[in-house]
Design a protein around this ligand. Structure first.
Ligand SMILES: [Fe+2]
Ligand SMILES: [Fe+2]
Length: 230
């Protein structure tokens, strides 16, 4: 892949799904922090830029199948993909994680206050996300569909404020994820953790990973298609 220090993280991420693995591995924020240059994002993550470039160069070219490269889908298909894969994942995983975290907080909350705090942050995240996804499904995505059917500059300009609000929601969600990651030391269960807490932390790590990709697909791929270049 051909990327330089000034390349925008969002552009690198949108051009090749395999780059997301590299960013996850290095702790580089590619969803809400996608506006940064590679050099700035590496500095923020404390990663030598040469390491990131070397890993990015080794990533394979983007495959054609939707499963591994949803970035290449048309907008209507991409919205369906986001709802059917990522919104469904958030809903299903939230139900499961809420139960696991409540049990874990009851069992470990006294010895490990961070478990109870993590459970309560997750509840806030779950509430915010379920309202947010409904707004996308009921308002924003249908507005995108109408714009696809009848393109027009005015209609596109009218979508700038709601898109911006969705991106602010994404930032709030990203902050809650970061707080849980830091509270739990990167979702590392304590030595005396029971299988429930271990499963909860594993589930949270998977939840974080999926939400990063989900937000990346909206912020870096879908939304820019409906915003005027500035
Ligand atoms: Fe979404
Ligand atoms: Fe979203």
């Amino acid at each position: 892949m051909d990327h330089g220090l000034d390349s925008k993280i969002a552009d690198i991420a949108a051009s090749n799904t395999a780059a997301l693995e590299v960013f996850e591995k290095l702790g580089i924020d590619y969803c809400c922090g996608g506006w940064r240059s590679l050099a700035d994002a590496c500095a923020a993550a404390g990663v030598p830029v040469g390491t990131a470039l070397a890993l990015l160069e080794r990533t394979p070219a983007a495959p054609a199948a939707a499963e591994s490269a949803p970035e290449s889908l048309g907008s209507a298909d991409l919205m369906r993909w986001i709802v059917e894969k990522h919104h469904r994942f958030v809903r299903e995983a939230s139900t499961r994680l809420t139960v696991l975290l409540a049990k874990s907080a009851a069992a470990h909350g006294a010895a490990h206050p961070e478990v109870a705090e993590t459970a309560s942050i997750f509840q806030s995240l779950e509430r915010e996300l379920s309202a947010h996804m409904l707004r996308e499904e009921a308002i924003l995505f249908p507005a995108f569909e109408r714009l696809i059917a009848a393109p027009g500059g005015q209609a596109m300009a009218a979508l700038t404020p709601p898109v911006r609000r969705m991106m602010e929601d994404h930032e709030d969600a990203g902050e809650l994820l970061a707080r849980m990651r830091s509270l739990t030391g990167g979702y590392a269960p304590p030595a005396d953790a029971c299988p429930t807490l271990t499963a909860a932390y594993q589930g949270l790590a998977a939840f974080e990973r999926d939400l990063h990709v989900h937000i990346h697909l909206e912020n870096n791929v879908l939304f820019p298609r409906f915003q005027r270049a500035s």
